[in-house]
Design a protein around this ligand. Structure first.
Ligand code: GLN
Length: 618
């Protein structure tokens, strides 16, 4: 038996709470062992385990959490999911209803006339459901059920043969139900193989730990939080939890929803699993049952957990405060592409017509609706709308349709929409189908926010008739850093600064190199890149012809702080630091001009970073 093996003070809050709950309810000895399946009567009435598993895979367990027992009726909602997958909802609904019976688990609650069992949680419905499991023969169908339930548990489950044979040889009532279903045509063929499958699914061996993970898998949209393997199609989690909510604990369901408020399923093996969608799963095991066949301590544990931890499903947490995590315009934040003076001026002037909305959290009707309002309110002023999805954790079908409607709305008003960092396959399955064909050209996907910003800048520059900057300067004299220098100074400079050539992809300079020269970019483009663990890279700037880099050379004993890589064929005039020093001594006018140019470039970078920080801190 469990005791407080650590001094209370040594336990973290949640384990401590569970220990105390376990200790308090361990003295609860009412209820009886089921004996209608003789093998189940051999259980130790003292067994008691509680396990809580979160959707991110944290497991808290106390007591006999690894004591094996048979799953019994807790298999029913999971096999219902298998039937929905294998036979499709239409056939399943024609075979078994979804109405609570308000009667005991072994009641013979069939719809008058059709003979359809009222729901899949009572035995009649579960037996009818077992008949819908796919597979070529009995062995394949059993393998299908075992594999599905094992995927929920996150480990291979096995049948307890003693319990299976015990129920098979004494299950007269279930056998009668099977034959009754056959007489109504609900079971098409010989009921015996279906009854065998049902007895086998009930005899799968689990423990409270496995139940909690099964529940957490349902809470997690069908994906086991520890193995990350999908146990059931995400669309079927809703139907499964629905029948658990309305029929999961038989004729105790009304009081259960009222007092506990968690979709749940009990079994005569003594287990209960309960699900808080999106948050956690609970598995409890204690074999003493009340007169309805629910674990006495199991019910009490769930009542306590719900009350103490505030888990009732009709008290959902508030949605995140705001789906728009931050908002800014291109006048406030630009891409990492360095701009020429005329470009900068134009972006300053028109940047406010391109807005960025960084979104966060789960997108669904309630969280997306304020975003729609906010974006629509800008209709008159914006030419470009960028929505960034980096921190979006999910998009449901309704939000997908609303997003498409927003795109249609924006495009209809002549706006262009950029969606950056969307995990496209995962999140926006039918987005494209919903965007009207004439608007497809108005939507652009960008893998990075920075590239999205750059795309918007290009649109603005084009809209205002500013063509791309010259890709190449013919001579050093055309470089802005040299503008106005005397012919003699220029000739000297050309001699001091030999031309370097780089192929696309080549490193112009590398982080850690000694910084001993300046680069005047004459042709092509380079990007300044830092490397982020693990294996990622982020561009800090992209420079084009007429710009300079390598100014770290001005710092005494400086080192390169980032890589500079050629994006295209590149030509630079490379001025050694020694030459600059010589100019300072012998050609002060030239030196002053070069230093002023470098300072201007550095000041521009500082201004850009300052604006960026202002936005980030807002
Ligand atoms: N195998 C058991 C039966 O059919 C399952 C019942 C239950 O767990 N409530 O009787």
């Amino acid at each position: 038996m469990t005791s407080l093996s650590h001094p209370a003070g040594a336990l973290a809050p949640i384990p401590l709470y569970l220990e105390q709950l376990h200790q308090r309810l361990a003295t609860e000895l009412s209820g009886r062992l089921p004996d209608y399946i003789p093998e189940l009567a051999k259980a130790d009435p003292a067994w008691f385990g509680i396990v809580l598993a979160t959707v991110d895979g944290q497991v808290y367990e106390v007591g006999d959490s690894r004591q094996p027992f048979t799953i019994q009726s807790i298999s029913k909602p999971l096999v219902y999911g298998v039937a929905l997958e294998d036979a499709g909802p239409e056939r399943v609904h024609a075979t078994v209803g979804v109405e609570p019976s308000g009667e005991a688990f072994n009641s013979i609650s069939l719809e008058p006339g059709s003979g359809r069992p009222l729901n899949p949680m009572i035995n009649a419905g579960a037996i009818a459901t077992a008949a819908l499991v796919g597979g070529a023969d009995a062995a394949a169908r059993l393998a299908r059920v075992t594999a599905a339930l094992s995927a929920y548990a996150g480990r291979p489950l096995e049948i307890d043969d003693a319990v299976f044979h015990s129920e098979r040889s004494t299950g007269h009532r279930n056998r009668a139900i099977g034959h009754l279903l056959r007489s109504f045509g609900i079971l098409g063929a010989d009921p015996e193989p279906t009854l065998d499958l049902y007895f086998q699914q009930c005899s799968l061996r689990v423990d409270a730990h496995a139940l909690a993970l099964m529940a957490a898998t349902l809470a997690n949209g069908g994906i086991n939080p520890l193995t990350s393997a999908r146990a059931v199609h995400g669309d079927l989690v809703g139907p499964i939890l629905s029948v658990m909510t309305t029929c999961g604990v038989y004729d105790f369901t009304g009081a259960w929803v009222y007092r506990v408020g968690l979709p749940a399923k009990s079994g005569v093996g003594g287990g209960i699993m309960a699900v808080l969608p999106g948050q956690l799963g609970i598995g409890v095991f204690s074999p003493l049952l009340d007169e309805r066949g629910n674990s006495v301590r199991g019910v009490k544990v769930c009542e306590a957990l719900s009350r103490d931890l505030g888990l009732h499903f009709l008290r959902p947490p508030r949605l995140v405060a705001s789906t728009v995590r931050s908002r800014y315009t291109l006048a406030q934040m630009r891409s990492k592409r360095q701009r020429s003076a005329p470009e900068l001026q134009l972006l300053q002037q028109h940047g406010h017509t391109a807005a960025v909305f960084e979104l966060q959290g789960d997108l669904r009707f309630a969280t997306l609706e304020p975003v729609l309002r906010e974006v629509q309110a800008t209709a008159g002023t914006l030419a470009l709308v960028l929505l960034d999805f980096k921190r979006v954790t999910g998009i449901d079908a309704a939000a997908t349709r609303l997003l498409a409607a927003l795109v249609n709305h924006c495009a209809g008003q002549g706006q262009q929409v950029v969606l950056s960092r969307v995990r496209r396959h995962e999140l926006l399955a039918d987005f494209h189908a919903e965007v009207q064909p004439q608007h497809h050209g108005a939507v652009v996907f960008q893998p990075q926010l920075d590239l999205g910003l750059e795309w918007c800048e290009r649109q603005l520059l084009q809209r205002h008739a500013l063509g791309p900057p010259a890709a190449a300067l013919d001579t050093l004299a055309q470089h802005p850093l040299c503008a106005g220098a005397s012919a003699a100074d220029l000739a000297w400079l050309a001699q001091q600064a030999p031309l370097g050539h780089w192929e696309p992809g080549a490193l112009v300079l590398e982080r850690g190199d000694p910084a001993d020269c300046l680069y005047l970019l004459l042709r092509g483009e380079v990007s300044v890149v830092i490397h982020l663990p693990p294996g990622g890279a982020r561009r800090l700037a992209t420079l084009s012809a007429g710009m300079v880099f390598g100014e770290a050379a001005l710092l005494e004993g400086g080192q390169r702080s980032a890589d500079v890589r050629a994006d295209t064929p590149v030509v630079c005039a490379v001025l050694p630091l020694a030459a600059l020093r010589q100019a300072e001594a012998e050609r002060p006018a030239l030196a002053l001009q070069l230093l002023k140019g470098l300072l201007r470039s550095a000041a521009q970078t500082t201004a850009r970073l300052t604006a960026e920080i202002a936005v980030l801190e807002a």
